[in-house]
Design a protein around this ligand. Structure first.
Ligand code: B12
Ligand code: SF4
Length: 517
């Protein structure tokens, strides 16, 4: 049977990275089936085109995964496929919490033939077998232990994801029209992929707004160091054969949740020469450890994603995240920057203690730190989180099923000390101030001591990150952006060409000396 795994687009801009679940389920599918992957963020298709594609390829089952914010789109796609008699199974965090909605059991329309609840590593092969027999059940749940809890995959026998042969073309991040220019920069910049890898699952911290502790459980499971290193080595090889750049995103919720384990893993990565540039999520409270930060730098760590949420300790207490201390943020960020590691710092507006002006107060504080890539969102009550329950009980949810009429950057509940419209305006202010051409220039100037490659990649990252909020798809949007940032670009380009010329001169001189000797 042919199976299509589909991820809907997020409605803002393309994701910078494909979703791991697709590659994982592909790897867990019995070999006699062929699995095709389409990520709507990378390969935009209308519902009609998608149905046509499935019919043309004789697809017998479509699996759709979705976060809450994309689920309305996912349902539209599922409806179109089911109308064409193609069976649809849905999985992922949203339908796990709202399976009755997906199955049309709550009075609304039905969108899926079947749903897979929770982690589907073990149920997926059963779903495929049932689909082949035409006996799909409506609900697939993981096995339950004696205490009535889901049995979670241990990750000790992690499947082999064949990165060495997978077709990654749709996920190259370099816009098509820039590929030939970029490939002239050497080191294969014509193709650039960010590949997701997990080394563990689960987080015990239980922040109020987060689905992770509920979904993956508070007990943490790790892969073996050996299997992670082996996967990295294959990716490194792929980068060579592809003559492109591959960076890794360790998607663990908190890569350093067990510092001893992480230090061991990083040492093994270094010893095996499995070093690739990498990004990971690590909470600020774990980054004060100098030995750990040194190992992060040595093993290829370039960017760390830190959920900072707010610079106001009262807000942190409200969402049960007191373990992360705003007073320590500057020290953490500056410590990373000393090793040329920069931070993607994530902030949430519309928290209960936020008042108008929170954007400028937050950005002013951020601007005191070494530069990074701040991202700004709003407090969102995802289904089944403690936050959702609290707001629901207090009667504060304005749009209890906000995902069905998804509106980017419009809150679903009233914050206590400002309005929904204020929160939207604050978010706009923070993005505009942070990614304007003047701030980009100042950010790059503030790391003038860093190697030129580091500054160039910092600028490129800033231009991409701006696109999370301000859609910048297509040639024209990119040209406009490059033009706006010409002062920074020309300055770096001038210095880069000078450095490159000097290196060439040095190489020639060394060659002459060698020939003469
Ligand atoms: C990596 C990641 C990202 C990446 C991008 C996603 C990507 N390309 O991978 C980045 C950093 C960009 C990101 C952004 C966001 N993310 Co995010 N992200 C994650 C993270 C950390 C890992 C995802 C992952 O790969 N997990 C590992 C895989 C194996 O797990 P999985 O995806 O759940 O898949 C398993 C099962 O769910 C199931 N399954 C999944 N899909 C399907 C489909 C079928 C057919 C079947 C049968 C089974 C199945 O099988 C898999 C194997 O067991 C998760 C947290 C987490 N630990 O999952 C949050 C998470 C998914 N993100 C979340 C959120 C909220 C966001 C943002 C909205 C945050 C924000 N405010 O901006 C944005 C929105 C992104 C966008 N615009 O598209 C929430 C989603 C909650 C929800 N109910 O929707 C999560 C769960 C974290 C949280 N705090 O609660 N994210
Ligand atoms: S530390 Fe991160 S993953 Fe863990 S509960 Fe808090 S927000 Fe979720």
């Amino acid at each position: 049977m042919k199976i299509l795994l589909y991820n809907p687009d997020n409605g803002v801009t393309r994701n910078f990275m494909p979703h791991l679940w697709m590659f994982l389920l592909q790897a867990l599918t019995p070999a006699e089936h062929e699995v095709l992957l389409i990520d709507g963020n990378a390969k935009a298709m209308t519902q009609k085109q998608l149905v046509g594609f499935c019919k043309q390829n004789d697809v017998g089952l479509v699996g759709i995964g979705s976060m809450t914010r994309m689920v309305a789109r996912a349902y539209l796609v599922a409806d179109a496929l089911r109308a064409a008699d193609i069976p649809v199974v849905m999985g992922g965090p949203h339908v796990t919490e709202c399976y009755e909605e997906a199955l049309g059991r709550n009075g609304g329309p039905r969108h899926a033939d079947a749903v897979a609840l929770g982690e589907a590593d073990e149920t997926w092969p059963l779903i495929v077998a049932d689909a082949v027999r035409g006996t799909l059940k409506e609900i697939y749940t993981p096995k339950i232990d004696a205490k009535g809890n889901d049995v979670k995959p241990s990750l000790q026998n992690y499947p082999h994801i064949p990165w060495e042969t997978l077709d990654l073309e749709q996920f190259s991040l370099v816009p098509r029209f820039l590929r030939s220019i970029m490939s002239k920069f050497g080191e294969g910049w014509g193709k650039f992929f960010v590949v997701p890898i997990e080394t563990g699952r689960g987080c015990p911290y239980g922040c109020e707004f987060c689905t992770v502790t509920g979904f993956f459980g508070d007990s943490i499971r790790f892969r073996t160091n050996e299997s992670v290193v082996e996967e990295l080595l294959r990716l490194k090889e792929r980068a060579k054969t592809e003559r492109g750049q591959i960076a890794v995103f360790f998607i663990d919720d908190n890569l350093a949740i067990n510092k001893k384990r992480l230090k061991g893993l990083l040492r093994e990565i270094i010893a095996a020469g499995a070093i690739l540039p990498w990004v990971a999520q690590i909470s600020a409270n774990l980054l004060g450890d100098e030995e750990l930060v040194d190992l992060i730098a040595e093993s290829g760590g370039r960017w760390v994603f830190i959920g900072m949420e707010s610079i106001d300790p009262a807000n942190m207490a409200d969402v049960n995240k007191q373990f992360s201390k705003p007073a320590d943020y500057k020290k953490v960020i500056d410590g990373l920057a000393r090793r040329n590691i920069y931070a993607i710092t994530s902030f949430i507006f519309g928290m209960d203690n936020d008042t108008v002006g929170v954007a400028n107060r937050t950005v002013a504080e951020i601007e005191r730190w070494a530069p990074g890539l701040p991202v700004f969102g709003q407090l969102t009550p995802f289904p089944s989180t403690p936050l959702y329950e609290r707001l629901h009980k207090a009667g504060r949810l304005k749009r209890p099923t906000h995902w069905l009429d998804f509106a980017p950057f419009v809150m679903a509940h009233d914050p206590l000390k400002m309005s929904i419209a204020d929160a939207k305006a604050e978010t706009f202010e923070a993005w505009s101030r942070t990614y304007g051409p003047e701030r980009n220039f100042a950010a790059i100037e503030s790391i003038a001591h860093a190697p030129i490659q580091v500054r160039i990649s910092h600028l490129v990252a800033r231009l991409f990150f701006r696109g999370i909020y301000f859609p910048q798809l297509g040639k024209l949007a990119w040209m406009r952006l490059l033009l706006q940032n010409r002062r920074t670009i020309f300055k770096l380009a001038g210095e880069g060409i000078g450095t490159w010329r000097n290196a060439r001169k040095e190489e020639r001189r060394a060659a002459k000396l060698a020939a003469a000797a």
